[in-house]
Design a protein around this ligand. Structure first.
Ligand code: GLN
Length: 446
């Protein structure tokens, strides 16, 4: 059924870069046989799921939305997709993204532009736009994305679905193609908070192959579901309701906050004074890490190779042809910020401010259980509207980036629509490893 929907909608939506039809049908067949034999099946068994194309899948093309990896087929499986296979999930395919997860609209993909299912002239957000659109268009039940500065939450908001970025270290990054390693996390997209909770449990957990993986027990998040938020302390981040926020978005989120109050939550305003430095800090740290991570695309180990007379030309020509504009921009920014003489002024300074942003959150969580902000300052924008203006595009992640810098869990849940029937998302931010609180609030709210 889902493959049929994909066939019908893909010419318009373009969520998928690669569809794994045979794999999906084989897996589904096995589940059917199990059911016919009267055997019990697991929670994820037979569930059609899509995976962002920056997670390594053995024998299945993995491009990261980049021409430099055209035709590349990994020889190893990422931990998350291995977990999906082990639990009998039906992987339908790999979804479109901004090249190497750099972007906020999925327009930086080297292959195709994904449409927002609510209005196909608009973007689905990014960089996990394919995964968000696939869920919104019912081209899968749930999907996986990755979030370095907002790439799960912002597209979830623009596509009207639930999207969660877990605590840094909760989900293994083994096999996730690295963009900015100290910020990257994999997380779920779903129609409901419950589905997101089930999928997170299925992919989370310690992994010795990821040195930043946390050794913690993964709870059954659905146990925290209630419809009563009595006693819960909610903090509204004052700084996120200022300049640059669309009125309709502010209204919908304020309405959402009133709903939480009706459910019994105690709401108050909280200040995170250094929150607004998140964006500039991110655009030093993320490109710096990216410039190092992307050095591996040297035409020798992976992907395409340009014909050249000598080694240096082979490197430079391959990278010149294979990388898109945004990726090159970030490599240049990053190498500049890391270069001797500038390192202290930019990279080191940014790391210090990152610590201050984390302190703001720590102070806030001494007082409240969960923080609230809009997810994105606007609803879905028109394709092409921001492509020539990277700075405006970067502003899309104003509210989501500080959460990555602090390593905290953040979830976007739908909270209303604007006058053009475009969805609006509300962001819930939790303390370290308090995904249970986000799910609890999200479930009650929904
Ligand atoms: N949109 C942000 C960027 O362009 C965040 C991307 C992400 O989270 N991968 O870097």
């Amino acid at each position: 059924e889902y493959l049929n929907t994909i066939e019908k909608l893909e010419p318009q939506i373009k969520s998928y870069l690669h569809i794994t039809k045979d794999l999906a049908l084989n897996t589904a067949q096995k589940v059917d046989e199990k059911i016919a034999r009267g055997e019990e099946i697991g929670t994820l068994e037979g569930i059609p799921i899509a995976v962002k194309d920056n997670m390594s899948t053995k024998g299945i093309p993995t491009t990261c939305g980049s021409k430099i990896l055209e035709g590349f087929t990994p020889s190893y499986e990422s931990t998350v997709t291995q977990k999906l296979h082990d639990q009998g999930a039906v992987i339908l395919g790999k979804t479109n993204l901004d090249e190497f997860a750099m972007g906020s609209s999925t327009e930086n993909s080297g292959y195709q532009i994904t449409a927002n299912p609510w209005d196909t002239t608009r973007v689905p957000g990014g960089s996990s736009g394919g995964s968000a659109a696939a869920v919104a268009a019912d081209e899968c039940v749930v999907s996986l994305g990755s979030d370095t500065g907002g790439s799960i939450r912002q597209p979830a908001s623009l596509c009207g679905v639930v999207g969660l970025k877990p605590t840094y270290g909760l989900v293994s990054r083994f096999g996730l193609v690295a963009y900015a390693s100290s910020l990257d996390q994999i997380g779920p997209f779903a129609h409901t908070v419950e589905d997101a909770a089930v999928l997170l449990k299925a992919i989370a957990g310690y992994d010795s192959k990821d040195s930043t993986s946390l050794k913690v027990e993964i709870p059954d998040y659905t146990k925290s579901f209630t419809t009563d938020l009595k006693g819960l302390k909610v903090g509204i981040i004052r700084e996120t309701f200022g300049e640059g926020l669309d009125n309709v978005v502010a209204e919908a989120v304020n309405q959402g906050i009133k709903e939480l109050e009706k459910l019994g939550a105690q709401v108050k305003e909280i200040s995170c004074p250094r929150f607004r430095y998140g964006l500039p800090v991110y655009y030093i740290i993320a490109p710096s890490e990216a410039s190092a991570n992307l050095a591996r695309y040297d035409a020798v180990k992976y992907g395409i190779r340009s014909q050249a007379d000598n080694l240096m030309d082979m490197y430079t020509q391959t990278r010149a042809q294979g990388f898109g504009k945004e990726v090159k921009r970030r490599i240049m920014l990053g190498t500049y910020a890391l270069s001797a003489g500038y390192y202290d002024a930019y990279y080191l300074k940014a790391q210090k401010v990152r610590t201050l942003i984390k302190q703001d959150f720590d102070n806030a969580f001494a007082d409240v259980d969960v923080l609230i902000s809009p997810t994105s300052p606007t609803t879905a924008f028109k394709a092409g509207e921001k492509t020539d203006d990277p700075l405006t595009m970067y502003l899309s992640d104003l509210m989501t980036i500080p959460v990555n810098l602090a390593g905290l869990p953040g979830m976007s849940i739908p909270c209303g629509f604007d006058g053009q029937n475009l969805p609006i998302g509300m962001q819930l931010i939790g303390n370290v490893l308090r995904e249970d609180v986000l799910f609890k609030v999200g479930y009650a709210f929904q």
